[in-house]
Design a protein around this ligand. Structure first.
Ligand code: ATP
Ligand code: MG
Length: 419
């Protein structure tokens, strides 16, 4: 019988590192909750169509990275590769967009992409995301960016950079797109990239290869083609961010190459992560609702990668505060003591004091070893003689000092001495 290991491109989260993941999820979601974002959870799989339309037929996600399956009933499903399409689908299905706008939602979960696994790039990964739907207002774009900035700040990250751009709208983007296509068609590019020029020319700007980048030096930039409305909208977003003390870099090459992404686009990068430097990204997607069969619903959102944020913390040498370990460890000597101290542990926990127990009928020596290893401040020790007198021994594992305490007073005494 062979043992199993986790599938390629996946990894298990185990203590103590798993605590860092919880801390990251908590740090990202706390600012959102304070800003009125409500929690949404959607299924781990959706109809394939939702993603081919909602993420885009021309994206790597849809063409190469999606895990698809056909159910026994013949339905084509895909494990969710990202969150926005599902959240928008759910909001429309539940008619949330008919209520007060904007609809502000946040989510946290697992996502699946069939990618080439490497450091910071997995086939199963974790994101926390936020979407604000139904309103076009530069303050909403700024709000979301600032909530992400505050999340990174709360985690203590100092080396996250914010890149910002505007992609224009249906007014100015088509003209720019044609100008860009014309420029790109004149370059020396491979077959695949040439095809991309016709379907998704903005994505070519995002090509990481040196040989491609070198030829793009004189490429027309969206920045120089923005219409007045987009220019003014972008200025307002920038002003709000500046007023809030958020530093950003204008990056005219930053794109999300789909037609329904509009105006504000941003990415958070961390330089300590090698080539998988994007820790999060987002932007405005005013056309997406209509792409998946909904009414016009101008929206903005982001998704931050939890795995890469954890790597960023590690790169900066930041260890989030350790979780509460056991404060009290119970060491029973004998069968009756087991029953009594098990009751004490339950009582301590109900009183909000972290407590653990020497399970497995260990002898005194091994049980004390477990107590010391647990990091607990106190050991509660009891044998037959103690129980006859309705007392226990309370041992301070830091100072080594030991005192006798009435059984009924253990919780109170521990509480007082923990301060
Ligand atoms: P990349 O350019 O690195 O492939 P992306 O543009 O595909 O990123 P998004 O779809 O915008 O990423 O997802 C938001 C965030 O989720 C990313 O910034 C990243 O932190 C994280 N992420 C995306 N794909 C993966 C993956 N395969 N493994 C781990 N984290 C990922
Ligand atoms: Mg990707």
């Amino acid at each position: 019988m062979t043992t199993f290991s986790a599938p390629k491109g996946t990894y298990d989260l185990t203590p103590p590192e798993s605590e860092t993941f919880l801390a990251v999820r908590e740090a990202i979601s706390a600012p959102l909750r304070r800003a009125g974002y409500g929690y949404i959870e959607t299924p781990g799989f959706e109809h394939v169509e939702l993603f081919s339309r909602g993420v885009g037929e021309s994206t790597d996600i849809v063409t190469k990275e999606m895990y698809t399956l056909t159910t026994k009933g013949g339905t084509e499903l895909a494990l969710r590769p990202e969150g926005t399409a599902s959240v928008l689908r759910a909001a429309l299905q539940r008619n949330l967009h008919r209520g007060a706008l904007p609809v502000k939602l946040w989510y946290s979960g697992s996502y699946y992409r069939y990618e080439r696994p490497q450091a910071g790039r997995y086939r199963h990964f974790s994101q926390v995301g936020a979407e604000a739907m139904g309103t076009e207002d530069p303050a909403l774009d700024a709000e979301l960016v600032l909530l992400a900035v505050d999340a990174y700040r709360a985690l203590g990250l100092r080396e996250v950079r914010l890149l910002l751009n505007s992609l224009g709208d249906q007014e100015c983007r088509p003209k720019y797109r044609s100008a860009l296509q014309e420029f790109l068609r004149g370059l020396d590019l491979d077959e695949d990239t040439r095809r991309r020029i016709e379907i998704n020319p903005l994505r070519v700007l995002d090509d990481k290869r040196e040989a491609v980048q070198r030829q793009l030096a004189d490429a027309p930039m969206m920045r120089d083609h923005l219409c007045e409305a987009c220019k003014s909208y972008h200025e307002q977003v920038r002003d709000l961010l500046t007023a809030a003390g958020a530093e950003f870099e204008d990056d005219p090459r930053l794109v999300r190459g789909l037609d329904y992404y509009t105006r504000t686009t941003f990415e958070f990068v961390h330089d300590g992560l090698g080539s998988q430097s994007a820790v999060g990204g987002g932007g405005r997607y005013d056309g997406l609702s209509e792409m998946i069969g909904g009414p016009p619903l101008p929206s903005v959102g982001w998704a931050l990668g939890v795995d890469r944020t954890v790597l960023a913390l590690r790169a900066e040498g930041i260890a989030p505060e350790a979780p509460a370990r056991a404060e009290v460890f119970a060491v029973p000597l004998g069968e009756e003591a087991r029953r009594t101290l098990f009751g004490v542990v339950t009582e301590l926990r109900r009183a909000g004091i972290a407590a653990d127990f020497a399970y497995g009928g260990k002898g005194m020596k091994n049980a004390m070893k477990s107590a010391n290893r647990s990091g607990a401040r106190f050991a509660v020790i009891a044998g037959e003689r103690d129980l006859e007198q309705r007392t226990v021994q309370l041992k301070d594992l830091e100072s080594g000092g030991q005192t006798e305490v009435e059984l009924d007073a253990v919780v109170e005494t521990v509480r007082r001495r923990l301060g």
